[in-house]
Design a protein around this ligand. Sequence first.
Ligand code: ATP
Ligand code: MG
Length: 357
Amino acid sequence: MVKIFKIAVIAGDGIGPEVIREGVKVLNKVAELSGDFRFDFTYFPWGCEYYVKHGKMMDDDGIEQLKVFDAIYLGAVGYPGVPDHISLWDLLLKIRKEFDQYVNIRPIQLLQGAPCPLKDVGKKEIDMLFIRENSEGEYAGAGDWLFKGKAEEVVLQTGVFSRKGTERIIRYAFETARKMGKSLTSISKGNALNYSMVFWDQIFNEISKEYPDVETHSYLVDAASMFMVKQPERFQVVVASNLFGDILTDLGAAIAGGMGLAAGANINPERTYPSMFEPIHGSAPDIAGKGIANPLAAIWSASQMLEFFGYKALADTVIQAIEKILQEKEVLTPDMNGTSSTSEVGDRMVDIISSML
Ligand code: ATP
Ligand code: MG
């Protein structure tokens, strides 16, 4: 029997819809070639353009509407004129929180043919899997604005690290490292953040005792930034808090080919709620509407979706196809020094995948 996966598509703003269209193309082709399953896509018009018209980023019962899906495929939200914290909190972070997508997975893998700004760094040396805490920490939204007259104004932004939240992300990271047979590096800042990161380090040490077979490392976030550039081969599976993970994965994206290649998955491991797959770039208003956005990040996140549904071999095929299109250097968008359009890249990807399956 052919399995049907119900996918909610929130293509969003700017280049979001342009890149998602190509991801959908690839997903449909992979499903067709496999013959085992197919996708049923439902499109939601939510995002900043929706906000401008309706005064909200998504329907009031949006979370209810999304609950019935197997996964969410998201483009990008963001629009000049709509403050970033609104688009972020009222859609992206809302979905992550409501659906308890507490694991953010970002592959930082330098494929052959991808542009790398580092000298003397080869393909095998940048091959990391970042596991970022996605539900609390520095993004807990806890804080206050203390008004005591302008000169004495003080603003507080508090990180919230619960034992439950910290244990579950670190345990997930250990499980992943064990399954992959790789080392696990924890990112921290226990010397300066004398509550939250001391706690993080303590829990990392506690849980590491349950995984004596997993080699572990611990780096201060500042040192980790330096080593990611100087000796990226030090890192395999990496676990980090919400903020540190956010910053380091942008650095990671830069060393592994740029925003046009950076993919991310927001996972609810218990599968109680849908997980969400998205390229990590924004809506890129500067190039929106020109048909030149790079769809490879969106396609890579589609591959993460395939893996999440249990089709690891098909997911790997999609990544190999990305590597092939990069190596061919014939059909690429301008950010990859090519001259092709978004849809030409999507079409070529479909051809390559068809030749591989
Ligand atoms: P937002 O406000 O939604 O974050 P942004 O413009 O800040 O949007 P970023 O992801 O931060 O988006 O991207 C910064 C710049 O990188 C973009 O303005 C664009 O020039 C380039 N860029 C990002 N993603 C892509 C892509 N998929 N293809 C080509 N260029 C991209
Ligand atoms: Mg941005």
